[in-house]
Design a binder for this molecule. Sequence first.
Ligand SMILES: Cc1cc2nc3c(=O)[nH]c(=O)nc-3n(C[C@H](O)[C@H](O)[C@H](O)COP(=O)(O)O)c2cc1C
Length: 190
Amino acid sequence: MEIYQALEGRRSVRKYVSPATDEQLDRILKAAALAPSPFNRQAWDVVVVKNPDLIDQIAEIKYQLNLGLSRKATDKTKAQAQRQKDAFNNASLLVVYQRERNNDREIRYDAGGGWLLMGNILIAAMAEGLGSRIISFWDEAEEKVDRLLKVPAERKQISAVNIGVPDPSEVIEPRKLKPAEKWIHFEQFP
Ligand SMILES: Cc1cc2nc3c(=O)[nH]c(=O)nc-3n(C[C@H](O)[C@H](O)[C@H](O)COP(=O)(O)O)c2cc1C
């Protein structure tokens, strides 16, 4: 697939009919490992979560996390949180970590490497004809996920991602892009 076409076609998918196969995950992870990283440190770890019980527990953590985003649990916020949870169904789950360091610069740039690895995962998923969506956890929810995955203390969660065969019945609204003149500046900020 042409790279510009892949970038144009990538959307966050929140409804899946089946997860990635082992062979697909293997190719996606090999492509992920080609990402640039500071001093080629490759300070990342990826946990491939296949155990349905673990996936259900992580999906529930995401549900509760997003429900808590609004002060009132209205039908709309419940439906939004449910959509976040349902996206775990029939999908593969990967959680990306970085090695913790005690130097701010290294932490910042290792996170950059981890995000570039994540970018490669999204594009490689496209190359496999699969959809993906990033999943964020923070605070207590992040800690709960780490405990479930038995993450060593010196690892920091970057983000998680679902990958799978998109359900064609999902309606994905056209993306709204910020006009170029609002974010591209020449020579200096205006
Ligand atoms: C750092 C980051 C965190 C995100 N967290 C979530 C998330 O927790 N749940 C989710 O459904 N999508 C999440 N997304 C996906 C964004 O909502 C999505 O990329 C954005 O709305 C643009 O839509 P598109 O990916 O279809 O182009 C996240 C994306 C990024 C880059």
